[in-house]
Design a protein around this ligand. Structure first.
Ligand code: GDP
Length: 451
């Protein structure tokens, strides 16, 4: 993306608050604002990191009383001269200020354009820029921790370390080419293999963190399964009511799947296909069962709900099979009706969905089923599918290089394979690299205007 020198303007806050912020960034930022800002002194004369009270004027008419925060290049988010105008949160005032700014020569910013400029100015690398959007979208403590580590560059540093190791390898291999007549090996092949294997293991670790990262970002998919009347909808309502759930309808490929979300213990959970759970009508039951099976397939965590009074005989086996990557929580409901002397096996959580008892333990078990330690220790966790794909490409290239090493591939070809690993890893942060416009556009189109 070619840097352009337009001065861009955009609202930076959503409508409806008491205060709204309009952002201005670019070479003409101060000149533009001074055309309508009437304060004690022009913003062009103000120091960076200072805030100025004044009025926004449309000719002789006062539009609003505002505070203008001044940022001077390069010490601003975009690296350019910037002003943030805080005005009253009226959509009319915001649109008037934007109208005046564009009439004075400013251009309305594209989605994410402020962050694109920050990236082009080298303030953020690409993965940090992506984390800005994730931070804004984070709706749980865990998702916030994830985005925050990435935004602060912890993850980029890890990738950079891997890249450096690989660059060392290629430079040793390429040195051999300069001495090709002499048939020397600067890169000891055994050490080379070991280093490559270590790097492979690190790439694998990052790749395997994606299932956690993605679950944290999108919400952990949970299915509630169990016989009719065992209390599935009662439990669901409990969990949702207690945790102030958000209900969302996700358009599936074949039909609409309803899922409901709840933030439990700092983690976002998505209860899948709750319409299936809620269809108690006999006619719908068959459909309900199929839908439950489908949501079990898609779940990362399955709550198998059983009736506590049935426990006196034996623990009913689930009538569904789980994959190794899926977790099962067995929960006995209706303990209020179970015989007083019933002791539950260790691994079964007893609850009364109706009375609300045992819910704490269940929520704790849900939370513990997701291993979030890595997140809170600041370990890099991959949550972006673009990064995951790049890591997969890197791993494949590394495998080819390892094969080549085993087959005595000449140094130049070996080095070429390793360069592909470097390239794939580098595309994640794209530090100092030229990123194709389509890639940037694709990434930043998901941003909101004003970010
Ligand atoms: P589902 O078919 O699995 O969704 O079951 P429902 O949630 O519709 O519950 C079936 C019946 O069991 C309803 O009459 C609920 O009031 C009752 N029920 C649910 N949970 C409990 C509980 O913890 N204790 C008791 N005593 N009844 C419950």
């Amino acid at each position: 993306m070619i840097p352009d020198h337009d001065t861009i303007v955009a609202p930076a806050t959503a409508a409806g608050g008491a205060i709204a912020v309009v952002r201005v960034s670019g070479r003409e930022a101060f000149a533009l604002c001074d055309r309508m800002f009437r304060g004690r002194k022009p913003l062009a004369e103000a120091d960076g990191y200072t805030v100025h009270y004044g009025e926004i004027m449309d000719g002789d008419r006062i539009v609003d009383d505002v505070l203008a925060a001044v940022f001077r290049a390069p010490h601003s988010y975009t690296g350019e001269d910037s002003v943030e105008i805080s005005c009253h949160g009226s959509s009319y005032i915001v649109s008037e200020i934007l109208r005046l700014l564009t009439a004075a020569g400013g251009r309305m910013a594209q989605p994410g354009e402020f962050t694109i400029r920050a990236y082009l100015a080298g303030k953020l690398d690409l993965s940090q820029a992506e984390a800005v959007a994730d931070t804004i979208a984070a709706s749980s403590r865990a998702a916030h921790a994830l985005a925050s580590t990435q935004m602060r560059g912890g993850y980029s540093d890890e990738l950079e370390r891997l890249r450096d190791k690989l660059l060392n390898l290629t430079s040793l291999l390429e040195l051999e080419l300069d001495f090709s007549e002499e048939d020397v090996e600067f890169a000891d092949r055994t050490a080379l293999r070991e280093t490559m294997q270590r790097i492979g293991a690190e790439i694998d670790r990052l790749r395997s963190s994606f299932s956690l990262g993605n679950a944290i970002k999108e919400g952990v998919a949970v299915a509630i399964a169990g016989a009719p009347n065992v209390g599935k909808s009662t439990l669901l309502n409990r969990l949702l009511n207690e945790e102030r759930a958000m209900v969302s309808e996700i358009a599936g490929t074949t039909r609409d799947v309803i899922e409901e979300r709840a933030n439990i213990g700092g983690i976002l959970f998505r209860f899948l296909d709750t319409a299936g759970i809620r269809s108690t009508d006999d006619r719908l039951e068959r459909m309900g069962i199929e839908r439950t099976m489908e949501s079990i397939r898609r779940a990362q965590l399955v709550i198998h709900l059983i009736d506590a009074s049935a426990l006196a005989a034996a623990v009913p086996e689930p009538d569904f099979a789980l994959r190794p990557d899926q977790k099962l929580l067995t929960v006995a409901n209706k303990i209020d009706r179970a015989p007083a002397l019933l002791t539950l096996p260790e691994n079964i959580i007893g609850i009364s969905a109706k009375q609300g008892t045992g819910l704490d333990r269940l929520c704790e078990a849900l939370r513990r089923a997701v291993d979030t330690d890595a997140l809170y220790h600041g370990d890099p966790v991959v949550s972006n599918s673009r990064h995951y794909e790049a890591l997969t490409t890197a791993r494949e290239a590394l495998d080819r290089a390892l094969d080549g090493l085993g087959n005595g591939l000449p140094a130049d070809l070996l080095s070429e394979e390793i360069r592909q690993v470097i390239h794939a890893l580098g595309s994640i942060t794209a530090r100092g690299a030229i990123v194709p416009d389509e890639v940037l556009q694709n990434i930043f189109s998901k941003f909101c205007v004003g970010k």
